[in-house]
Design a binder for this molecule. Structure first.
Ligand SMILES: C[S@@+](CC[C@H](N)C(=O)[O-])C[C@H]1O[C@@H](n2cnc3c(N)ncnc32)[C@H](O)[C@@H]1O
Length: 259
């Protein structure tokens, strides 16, 4: 599905930093450290940035930007730096490549929710062993973001990430939930409860704002964890404005079955 292709420099910095931390092991171990940026948009700027950020993890990392729109593939060509950064036409089948990491940001939001699981399955079937798909959504400047980590066994975690210096309240992250969750932010659904818990923690931690927004977020996330949510990352990630929880805790609960 070709869309407007909106993108921006640094828009995906948060997710890239998370990938650099969480895919470092898989990238180091890979015979071919191939990463795919699926749906890079009207300009290839975020693919260029992804390659630069992951080169710090492994200098020979190779990024292939794939676009469904052939005009965008042609427009990206001047930014190519083969073999480290190339562009090609491709969709969820990943052009037959076998990557260690797939980043698909702001791609599925235009699709129907029913198309998400098949798209995840098509992409993860192409992953190299130990590989991961990172699929999610963010605002135009990348201040609010949310993404799902998916691997051969299905979805594993949800990460919420915010630029803390401009964060009003964590509830605003609701607008940026990945397609698999955005329609489930309603009472009775787990992701609604998670955002409520984070919002409550943020409100209760208001006195810590004098020590900076990071301190306040750390307190809020610690409260979420104390409340029983399976928080996966620790304070080193919290201080970046992240919260990662195990997927089963936020997976949409099934609609009630009628007799
Ligand atoms: C909103 S842009 C996102 C650009 C960039 N990833 C970002 O987050 O800034 C979405 C892009 O995904 C592309 N796209 C949509 N469906 C796709 C698919 N199945 N395979 C590859 N690209 C796709 C669209 O053509 C569009 O350029």
């Amino acid at each position: 599905m070709v869309t407007r292709g909106t993108t921006n420099p640094n828009r995906l910095r948060r997710v890239d930093n998370w990938i650099a931390a969480h895919a470092a092991g898989a990238l180091h171990d890979a015979a071919d450290p191939l990463v795919i940026d699926l749906g890079y948009g009207a300009t290839p700027v975020t693919a260029v940035e992804l390659r630069a950020r992951l080169a710090r993890v492994r200098p020979d990392v190779r990024v292939v930007g794939l676009e469904i729109d052939p005009e965008r593939v042609a427009a990206a060509e001047p930014a190519a730096d083969p073999p480290l950064l190339t562009f090609a036409r491709g969709g969820f089948e990943l052009a037959g490549l076998r990557p260690v990491v797939v980043r698909a940001l702001n791609v599925l939001r235009q699709y129907d929710e029913a198309q998400v699981a098949p798209a995840w399955a098509t992409m993860t079937a192409r992953l190299a062993p130990g590989g991961l798909l990172v699929e999610g959504t963010c605002d135009e400047l990348g201040r609010l973001a949310a993404w799902v980590r998916v691997d051969h066994d299905g979805p594993r975690s949800l990460t919420l990430a915010a630029r803390l210096s401009t964060l009003d309240t964590p509830a605003t992250l609701a607008e940026r939930l990945p397609k698999a969750l955005i329609h489930h932010n309603v009472p009775g659904q787990p992701v609604y409860d998670l955002l409520r818990a984070l919002d409550d923690g943020w409100r209760d931690a208001a006195p810590y704002a004098t020590f900076g927004a990071r301190q306040r977020w750390r307190r809020a996330v610690a409260a979420v964890k104390t409340g029983g949510w399976p928080v996966l990352d620790g304070p080193a990630r919290w201080r970046l404005g992240e919260l990662t929880v195990a997927w089963p805790a936020v997976a949409p609960s099934m609609p009630a079955k009628f007799p």
